[in-house]
Design a protein around this ligand. Structure first.
Ligand code: IMP
Ligand code: MG
Length: 458
């Protein structure tokens, strides 16, 4: 069977930890979208692993697959694999031949477009990893796929077609000189061909490429358990998120089908677990109706949002929750839990269970609030409006909850849900009732043992 793990907010909900927890009973862990814009922190004993591309299950000796819906930067892939090997692990990672390759010019173009947009304060605040430009080329039918790296002639042809176009965009559209770029080789066909043909050799030598759909379907036929691991979150989904402040793929559960080659029937037969952070964080631009306080300095989007009204509380939660980007180190914007956002996420992905993280982070507050509904043009909304401009205009109707104290979290995790303070349970029960979805797990600390497990989907 399959278990699909989906971020229900803006990314950084702690998906990696839950994948890791349920991964015990899994044989294969597959990523279905995104690339090295993701950041997963996996804690194992005293060791902490920060991964941006390799599926987190690979830390635990599972087969890790990058599905066809992913965009793969081979530099990152091999850097991470080498780093894991240096630490004594032997990760088994397979890459879909249909996945698209992030080339150095994609990063260059990501940077240039953000720079241009920033002149009018319109930048998305991307991770700068070339994600958007790679998906653009995929949709534009000019991308390079992983399978192409294994065929030098095809690789050469693709590069000879596409690189002059990219060069023209840099020079003629943006008026820049390629020679002045930090990495002028990013637009040099010969240099790209040499480097990426070598990656192709390595992928072939290590037998790493697969026809993902076939590979996964036959694993399932053999009775294996497969985790489909989403990256990012619902509100930065290209279709269901707050466009244009989104990533360029589908973190929602539909992406688990198109991004792996497994059918909706197979994915829908399994479980879809929505990962929720007990409050809300955001990196990058865009509205955030429950925002408490932004980040000092030049944070995209923050100015438009105005100052959050409770800077001090935002700072407190950011520090307690260690809310800094895994990939970029950026401090995250902080807000209260947003229920209209979660109702939208639960509908779009059809959650069968929830895992709620960072319940310990909020401990010690006298009281806390939740965005229960929105007001927009005199109407009360239970869910998010479809345009980002309308979303930005929503006023939040807050609900207040009594806070809960610090507890011995290790003890709570081993004793179970009833050992949680009653105020914490009231908060979680509200969440579960509103989304009409049972709570499968509650995170009360970053470690694997610091999770209350109520349901094991495998
Ligand atoms: P991109 O995915 O690098 O193109 O970035 C697009 C938007 O998605 C930006 O607002 C990023 O901050 C956000 N984003 C991308 N990956 C993550 C993630 O793993 N966690 C949180 N936000 C992300
Ligand atoms: Mg992350």
């Amino acid at each position: 069977m399959t278990v699909t793990i989906v971020g229900s907010q803006l990314g950084d909900e702690g998906k990696g930890g839950i994948v890791d927890l349920y991964g015990d009973a899994a044989d294969v862990v597959v990523r279905y979208q995104g690339g090295d814009n993701a950041g997963h922190t996996v804690v194992e004993g005293d060791e902490e692993y920060k991964l941006s591309l390799v599926p987190s299950g690979a830390v635990r000796g599972k087969v890790g697959v990058l599905g066809n819906g992913c965009v793969v930067n081979p530099r990152t892939l091999f850097d991470e694999l080498d780093a894991l090997r240096d630490r004594g692990l032997d990760p088994d990672v397979r890459v879909a031949r249909r996945a698209h390759v992030i080339l150095p010019y994609h990063r260059v173009l990501d940077g240039i477009e953000e720079e241009v947009k920033s002149e009018t304060d319109d930048e998305v605040g991307t991770t700068g990893r070339g994600i958007g430009p790679t998906y653009e080329d995929k949709a534009g039918r000019r991308g390079v796929r992983v399978g192409d790296l294994l065929d030098p002639e095809v690789l050469r042809d693709r590069l000879e077609y596409v690189v002059p176009q990219k060069r023209a965009i840099v020079e003629d559209v943006y008026g820049l000189d390629v020679a002045d770029l930090d990495d002028p080789d990013a637009l040099d066909v010969d240099a790209l061909y040499e480097e990426f043909r070598e990656f192709g050799r390595r992928l072939a030598d290590e037998g790493m490429t697969v026809n993902a759909g076939e590979f996964l379907a036959s694993a399932i036929d053999d009775g294996q358990n497969v985790i489909l691991e989403g990256a990012q979150g619902t509100i930065i989904d290209i279709d269901h998120g707050n466009y244009p402040f989104v990533t360029s793929s589908n973190p929602t559960a539909g992406g688990a089908c198109t991004g792996t080659g497994l059918s909706p029937g197979v994915v829908g037969d399994g479980e879809v677990v929505g990962i929720v952070k007990a409050y809300l964080t955001r990196v990058g631009s865009g509205p955030m109706p429950t925002e408490l306080g932004g980040v000092e300095g030049d944070t995209p989007g923050y100015e438009e949002q105005g100052e959050g009204e409770n800077e001090e509380l935002a700072t407190y939660i950011r520090e307690e929750g260690d809310e800094y980007g895994t990939v970029t180190g950026r401090p995250r914007r902080v807000g209260w839990l947003d229920m209209p956002m979660l109702r939208h996420a639960a509908r779009a992905s059809g959650f069968t269970g929830l895992a709620v993280n960072h319940v310990d982070t909020l401990a010690g507050l006298d009281e806390l609030q939740v965005g229960h509904t929105y007001e927009l043009d005199g109407e009360t909304l239970e869910t998010m409006p479809a345009t980002t401009e309308q979303w930005a205009d929503c006023e939040v109707n807050l609900r207040t909850f009594d806070g809960w104290p610090e507890q011995d979290w290790a003890a709570v995790a081993s004793e179970g849900y009833d050992a949680l303070h009653e105020n914490a349970r009231a908060y979680l029960d509200y969440l579960s009732d509103e989304l009409d979805t049972p709570i499968y797990a509650v995170g009360v600390g970053p470690g694997r043992s610091q999770t209350i497990v109520r349901e094991r989907p495998f």
